[in-house]
Design a protein. Structure first.
Ligand code: GLU
Length: 177
């Protein structure tokens, strides 16, 4: 099996990626259960451009605030360096920490904790062991503990999320290639 197939077959979160995004604002009027999910789920923003990505990411996350979340973070990459910024609480608190954070590409996330408390360490984005890969993720990885035990002994984790397991797994398979 190729490494990519390995990764995909190991990550049962793909199921949640396929199901949760089909809910949108329109569903709120007709789907009571959907309404509950929408009010308690993450938001994801990504940008690749030629202006400063930080402002775009923060503005995007502000637009997603209505969905409900407990913490947020951004990763911004420039030509020479990259920065990871996270905060518990409102986007305004994250924004207050982003002065001087510059780059032209980035990803941002508002988190609704399912695995691990709403702390800064557990907020997304998460990085792989060598920090080559950075991941934001919506949903639940049901088999994350099995993945950790089977593939990731010796890895160093900063938090308790299922997402951090996923990005370490991706890093491991790609870098072993
Ligand atoms: N399961 C992940 C976590 O607890 C993602 C939760 C979400 O979709 O915000 O960090």
């Amino acid at each position: 099996m190729s490494n990519i197939s390995n990764i995909l077959s190991s990550l049962s979160f793909l199921k949640s990626l396929l199901t949760i995004p089909i809910l949108n604002e329109g569903d709120m009027t007709s789907l009571i259960r959907g309404y509950y999910i929408i009010k308690n789920m993450c938001g994801i923003v990504g940008v690749v451009g030629n202006t400063n990505a930080t402002d775009i990411l923060i503005q995007g996350l502000e637009k997603l605030e209505y969905r409900g979340y407990d913490s947020a973070g951004i990763f911004v990459a420039g030509e020479a360096s990259s920065q990871l910024v996270k905060a518990v609480g409102r986007i305004a608190e994250l924004a207050a920490k982003t002065e001087g954070v510059e780059g032209t590409a980035g990803i941002g996330h508002t988190r609704w904790a399912t695995h691990g408390k709403p702390t800064e360490d557990n907020a997304h984005p998460h990085r792989s062991e060598t920090e080559r890969f950075v991941l934001v993720h919506n949903g639940v990885i049901e088999n994350y503990l099995e993945i950790k035990e089977e593939y990731l002994s010796g890895h160093h984790f900063k938090g308790q999320t299922d997402t951090e397991i996923a990005v370490h797994l991706i890093g491991k398979f790609v870098e072993e290639d």
